[in-house]
Design a protein around this ligand. Structure first.
Ligand code: BES
Ligand code: ZN
Length: 457
């Protein structure tokens, strides 16, 4: 049966299954959700066992590792995805509860609908199709679905050290990225790396009356603000010594390709709801998102933040600061220079501590000249009606380089079906049904093509 016909017939059941998956509040950043992560992993285990996979749960929160062999001599694909989601807060901005999925305006609304449960589900459904269509999987599949991607993949680093060798594969497939825009099919060819840190500034031994001590007390909140302001210059350059040393110059071929995209200032202003862009002077917006590194403050906390006025000088202040890295930047070296630069900036009277919040990860690149890339290109062309463009993403999947190395360095295909309008990591996250079904169609064709089946139907 043709994939579109099968999808039409099965869509009510598939939606029901996906909704069950989306209903688990699998938030990895919050310890209160540990039991929910476990329950989600168990749901996945049961689902994969029903599809005839051998399944193990490893570590805490559990990594779901599943395997089903195809015919002898058939290639092996390793699928990587994550079932954990970002915290849904602020809850009051959601139009419906984040873990009660619903369909409105041709979109599925729920935390994780796009990042990444909806996209993981595409693969579960594609395997279901293949097994029904061919009576067996036409290729061997390893599935590695973790519950800690959004918090640094600590458990998976450990599991790969122990078991990576046993998972040697011909190709790694990931659906955890997005199209450039609706109607512009995209294959991701690069992701930025990530160094995520937390800075704590400590001053007085307790919060002080800001009248009695104001004028003599070192203020950690102001000290932190001053320090943060020195991380970037007015023209958007990061001030850490040596930060740009290994950053590559833009490549002309790439620039030509980008000129074909409607990646104007207005395009990004509209997506974000702002009246002007920020960033490094001298680079186009798409360059600033993909081939240039950045530094951002992701959170700030100090003093009294409740209702009304409270006159204190806070005892401490904290900021979460992350840097997105590009190819050739060494995450460990960047972390060292960052730490050193911060310690130089610490003013007298306060103590500054900097720590890493997770394993620093390098940028990731994947070539466009492998047969696997061509298979993905063809699959997307059939499902979405035009040839996908290769684009570098600003986001990160920090574990990816490590995962690739651990399983024998095969090509990685980043075949994601999200849209920039999906509101990932924000309130009212959604996944377009067109992307779900088109993504499923493309994924089926991709696996068929890997296994040497020539799209008979
Ligand atoms: N799915 C995203 C990565 C992504 C984001 C790809 C946007 C394409 C476009 C992934 O789940 C993610 O958000 N990763 C985090 C990693 C971090 C929290 C360790 C990121 O990039 O912030
Ligand atoms: Zn994701």
């Amino acid at each position: 049966m043709h994939p579109t016909e099968w999808i039409k017939q099965r869509s009510p059941q598939l939606i029901q299954d996906l909704f069950a998956f989306l209903s688990f509040p699998s938030v990895s950043a919050q310890t209160q959700h540990r039991p929910d992560l476990k329950a989600t992993a168990q749901w996945l285990k049961a689902y994969l066992e029903k599809l005839g996979f051998w399944v193990e749960l490893w570590g805490e929160p559990p990594i779901v590792h599943a395997y089903r062999a195809g015919p002898s001599g058939a290639p092996t694909a390793l699928f990587y995805g994550h079932y954990d989601v970002q915290p849904p807060e602020p809850l009051e901005l959601w139009h419906s509860p984040p873990f009660s999925p619903r369909i409105a305006d041709e979109c599925i609304y729920a935390r994780g609908a796009s990042d990444d449960k909806g996209q993981v589900f595409i693969h579960l459904a594609a395997w279901q199709y293949l097994i029904e269509r061919y009576g067996d999987l036409p290729l061997s599949i390893h599935a590695v679905i973790e519950g800690e991607e959004e918090t640094g993949s600590e458990t998976l680093y450990g599991m790969l050290r122990q078991h990576g060798k046993a998972w040697q594969s011909d190709v790694v497939v990931v659906s955890d990225t997005a199209f450039f825009a609706e109607g512009v099919p995209t294959l991701t060819v690069g992701l930025r790396g990530l160094v995520y840190t937390e800075i704590t500034v400590r001053g007085p031994q307790r919060d002080l009356h800001s009248g009695s001590f104001g004028g003599v007390a070192p203020n950690p909140a102001l000290a932190l603000a001053t320090l943060l302001a020195r991380l970037k210059s007015e023209d958007g350059r990061i001030q850490i010594p040596g930060f740009y040393d290994r950053v590559r110059a833009p490549d002309e071929k790439q620039r030509r390709l980008w000129r074909r995209l409607p990646a104007t200032d207005e395009h990004y202003q509209r997506l974000m709801g702002v009246s002007a862009l920020s960033g490094e002077v001298g680079f186009a917006p798409i360059e600033r998102i993909s081939i240039r590194p950045t530094l951002d403050v992701n959170g700030l906390l100090s003093g009294y933040t409740g209702e009304g006025a409270k006159t204190i000088i806070p005892a401490q202040a904290t900021a979460k600061v992350s840097m997105r890295l590009v190819p050739d930047q060494d995450p460990q070296a960047i972390w060292e220079s960052f730490r050193q630069y911060i310690s130089q900036l610490a003013p007298a009277g306060v103590e500054v501590e900097v720590r890493l919040l997770h394993e620093p990860a390098p940028a990731f690149e994947t070539p466009t000249d492998s047969p696997y890339y061509q298979a993905a290109e063809q699959a997307l062309t059939e499902a979405f009606g035009s040839v996908p463009i290769p684009v570098r993403e600003g986001g990160s999947i920090p574990i990816l380089s490590h995962l690739q190395r651990a399983v024998g360095h095969p090509p990685v295909i980043l075949m994601g079906f999200g849209l920039p309008t999906d509101a990932v990591h924000s309130p009212n996250e959604c996944f377009r049904l067109r992307q779900l079904w088109g993504g499923l169609h493309a994924t089926i064709r991709f696996y068929e093509s890997l296994s040497g089946r020539k799209n008979a139907t």
